[in-house]
Design a protein around this ligand. Structure first.
Ligand SMILES: [Ca+2]
Ligand SMILES: [Ca+2]
Length: 245
């Protein structure tokens, strides 16, 4: 038996093993990727999120598509910026309740010594910004007629479903834009990105004290294509389900 006769079958076997290994590796990769992407969309990563920056004089709470995503952690002072990561999902209904720090009985702030003013501004990393395209409605006003001697407050009942996607804000007015110098934001505002955003409130930034803003973002303002993560709960996990402990 010469050497060629021994080598040939050995090389053939090695080639077969190699092909099998590559095939099973590729099959595993495809299987893994299909498992990850079952439902059409992979798992969201932190790189799929965008930063949301909000500044309110004095407080706000924000819902996106009917879900609570941010609450201002400081009710009154110091004036702060709330910055959170959000997973954008379009169309995106933004609903914000903002409150000037007003006494419930007088509508005044700083221990009933003055008629304080409000203001709200928001910018998301997808380019969403506050401006006069937003809807705004006041639900608490005071002191009526700027009468600080006998201050009175007018309240309107806030609808229970004000933050939902289907809430009808058709009859609401557009928000009023205010300049930075009119609102006079405090230090943390300048340390965050609000470029292109406008301060908004109703027509009366002093007497209107509780405001609801609503806005629908139909498509990503920055034009970037993003996966649809709206049905995350429908995605079948790729691995076996863990048994409850
Ligand atoms: Ca006020
Ligand atoms: Ca204020």
């Amino acid at each position: 038996m010469n050497r060629t006769r021994i080598l040939k079958p050995a090389l053939g076997l090695a080639a077969l093993v190699c092909v099998a290994a590559i095939t099973s590796f590729v099959w595993m990769q495809v299987g893994y990727s299909q498992g990850e992407n079952r439902g059409g969309v992979g798992k969201p990563r932190i790189s799929d999120t965008v930063q949301a920056n909000m500044y309110a004089d004095n407080w706000f709470i924000m819902y996106l598509n009917g879900e609570l995503v941010a609450v201002d952690s400081i009710q009154f002072m110091p004036h702060n910026v709330v910055s959170v990561d959000i997973l954008p999902d379009y169309p995106m209904t933004i609903a914000v309740m903002a409150k000037d720090n007003a006494d419930a009985k007088t509508g005044m702030e700083y221990a009933n010594t003055s008629i304080g003013d409000g203001g709200f501004i928001l910018k998301f990393g997808d380019g969403t910004v506050t401006n006069a395209n937003w809807k705004a409605k006041a639900f608490s006003r005071g002191p009526i007629d700027r009468d600080t001697k006998n201050p009175r407050v007018e309240n309107t009942t806030i609808p229970e479903d004000w933050y939902t996607v289907d809430f009808d804000d058709e009859s609401w007015s557009q928000a009023t834009e205010y300049t930075q110098s009119q609102i006079g934001p405090k230090e943390p505002f300048f340390e965050h990105n609000f470029e292109g955003a406008r301060f908004i409130w109703t027509e009366d930034v002093e007497l209107d004290n509780t405001i609801i803003f609503r806005h629908v973002v139909a498509t990503p303002p920055d034009g970037k294509a993003r996966p649809d993560f709206s049905n995350l709960n429908d995605i079948v996990p790729s691995g076996p389900r863990r048994r409850p402990r």
